[in-house]
Design a protein around this ligand. Structure first.
Ligand code: ATP
Length: 359
């Protein structure tokens, strides 16, 4: 995206006592973009969102919203509403009163409040529940109330912290398209924290991947999937075969399972250097016969199979115990002896590998 950043994190550090939850975060969030922040539990996703919402103060560094520093701005003056997994709807107010609440706090008159709240109930297809108690709604309906309540104030940015994680799989997919549709239609910037790769990759314009308080990679889903930058990202996505070893200085990587050609992109690591190379499971192949010289390969035994719709992933174990995976369509697999214990060659073209950093 080319627009000026709506939010800038500049060298932001968050410590809880001696523990560093977010380490020197530099990140720009653009106007109108759908940004997902993804990472394993405890990596600092929620803390990042809470700092933006004003619920936690950065220990160091600066956060800017529309060019203005907001470090010292209280939550209620920020216009950065947040939607949580636990929703935090008021149980003592009915649906429409919940949606009207933030407008009331901003001094909007009763008539206008009601009209704006009704519009949002309609938009979220929950008008029929306007006078119901929150306790009498399903999880999906509550989620819509929470969204209506945050969006009725027409914020420039909406912060969402695992908003769908309490919903069942079917509802999750439906709410994903509701969220994505709303975001596109309203042009509001969404910052969306999630554990789920499928949520992040299917909805977001850009994805931030964090580990232990550090941003490992920022990019579109395609960029990150095709070319993970670090070993952590490759392992976290779980869609690559990862080979670690030492470079021989002549374009080859010596690993415990064999010697392989390094990518021929002119960046060959110097001799003896620890190097990690990855190849996507969708770019890896299986065969009974030893592959031709245009491929590099590992001999391995099948240890399992997982159906993933149009394709299946075959898991294999190499002689040193390392795990490999190959994703293929069912027609390709039907031509192979796919049984647990069956030895096969896992192969790839050297020009389809790339190096990742181990840091
Ligand atoms: P999850 O996906 O499990 O919610 P997360 O990536 O959102 O994880 P955070 O909630 O940002 O993680 O927490 C990052 C780290 O900071 C964790 O190790 C957590 O225990 C710690 N932490 C968060 N809040 C506090 C606090 N108020 N006091 C002390 N430590 C905290």
């Amino acid at each position: 995206m080319q627009s000026e950043p709506l939010v800038t994190f500049n060298g932001v550090i968050k410590k809880f006592g001696a523990f560093v939850a977010v380490q020197k975060l530099d990140l720009e969030i653009h106007k109108g973009e759908f940004l997902a922040i993804m990472g394993s539990s405890g990596c600092g996703k929620t803390t990042t969102l809470r700092m933006l919402a004003g619920l936690d103060a950065p220990t160091e560094g600066e956060i800017r919203l529309s060019g203005k520093p907001i470090n010292d701005l209280p939550t209620w003056q920020r216009d950065t509403p947040m939607v949580w997994q636990s929703l935090a709807l008021f149980p003592f107010l009915n649906v429409i009163e919940n949606v009207e609440f933030a407008l009331k706090m901003r001094g909007v008159g009763a008539k206008e409040r009601r009209t704006r709240a009704e519009n949002w109930l309609e938009r979220m297809q929950i008008s029929e529940f306007a006078t119901r108690n929150i306790a009498q709604l399903s999880g999906g309906q509550r989620q819509r109330v929470a969204l209506a309540r945050s969006l009725v104030v027409e914020p420039e940015i909406l912060l969402l912290d695992e908003p769908l994680s309490a919903l069942d799989a079917h509802l999750k997919v439906r709410m994903q398209s509701v969220l994505q549709g709303l975001q596109r239609e309203l042009g509001i910037t969404f910052v969306y924290v999630t554990h789920s790769q499928s949520e992040a990759f299917s909805m977001a314009d850009r994805v931030v991947i964090m580990s232990k308080g550090i941003v490992e990679q920022v990019g579109t889903a395609q960029e990150i999937y095709r070319a993970p930058k670090t070993r952590f990202v490759a392992e976290f996505l779980g869609s690559s075969n990862i080979f670690s070893g030492k470079s021989d200085g002549n374009g080859m990587l010596a690993t415990p399972v064999g010697k392989f050609r390094l990518p021929q992109d002119g960046t060959s690591p110097q001799k003896g250097r620890s190097t990690t190379m990855v190849v996507l499971d969708t770019r890896s192949h299986l065969s009974v016969e030893e592959p031709g010289s245009e491929f590099d390969f590992v001999h391995a035994k099948i240890i399992g199979e997982e159906f993933t719709g149009a394709t299946a992933t075959i898991y294999l174990e190499a002689e040193d115990g390392s795990e490999l995976r190959v994703q293929k369509d069912h027609d390709t697999l039907a031509a192979l002896p796919i049984d647990v214990g069956q030895p096969l060659y896992v192969s790839w073209r050297p020009n389809e590998t790339h190096l990742v950093s181990d840091a």
